[in-house]
Design a protein around this ligand. Sequence first.
Ligand SMILES: *Cc1c(COP(=O)(O)O)cnc(C)c1O
Length: 365
Amino acid sequence: MGVYEELGLSPAINASGKMTALGGSVLDDTVVAAMAEAARNHVVMDDLMKVAGDVIAKATGAEDGCPTTGAASGIAIAVAALIAGTDPDRIERLPDPGDRPSEVLLLKGHSVNFGAPVRQMVALGGGRVVEIGSVNKVSVAHLEGAVTERTAALLYIQSHHTVHKGSVSLADMIAVGRRHDIPVIVDAAAEDDLRHWPATGADLVVYSGGKAIGGPTSGLVCGRRALIEACRAQYTGIARPMKVGKETVLGLLQALRGYGDDETGDGGRERMTALAARLGQLPGVTATVERDEAGRSIYRAVLTVDPAAAGRDAQEIARELAAGSPPVFLRDHQANIGRLSIDPRPITADDEAELARRITALLGG
Ligand SMILES: *Cc1c(COP(=O)(O)O)cnc(C)c1O
């Protein structure tokens, strides 16, 4: 019996993507082995954190890096670093910023909830969010006009959660930062291009270790050397309850080293095309293959459901699959408009067969 079964749980089949609610990523054996070995030995943590910075620098092209428990804590730590620097008194005073600039400018359409509100992560780091413009319309002039001597940072959220229409580009935000000598933080939590975002000229970039990177529940901040030094220093202050363990650091580093190695190369396109051809035969289902809406190299099978012919609508199908045993989770962001999709990344060939069997049984094809 497996560890989940022993607790009365069934391991889930996850075709919805890298979902925190389903435990992030399933780890490669090399990552599991690195974590197990790390767990069996002591290490000087300060030294480990510095060496980790070198590995992160190599993987991202940034000057240095700092492991975190996730992208959420990465945001809090980045903000804290920009407010308190390496000054021990200021670090210990946070989240009270004292007389230091602490306003963090955030486009209103970027003030999202990824499972928790971005605003709250900024507040944890001692920052105060100032939202700029309207949800669906904001200009460089709005941003420029909000910069004052109280501004500590500009924060850009790179995500499908944000409003893209009528927004300010990252390049424009970085230009504003440069003009006023204010650092720019990019939250690229779920992005798969580790070198692109640091190369934009952002001062600090935050990634989740448990999403595209495929590591354990973890994260990282990378960027300019002096600022990363300040990020590490926050572990003697507000970051202490976000402490990252040796096992997690080693797992993250192993995932970074192996990153890109095992890519099938086609982003799952071939597998999803075959699956779509099969599921498209079911009554009431039209199946296509679509590229990721955020432009990443991920190809998903998309099922468009005609409720009259299928006997149930997309939301009911998603609910019934999730309620079965083992539970099967499809990507259901657009179930309200009749669309369900299957993400190739987290599913094995066995998962895929089980998923096809369950959908077929449900729709009686
Ligand atoms: C997932 C996500 C986060 C949080 O990442 P964790 O690693 O789970 O802390 C932050 N920002 C965005 C845009 C995300 O998608």
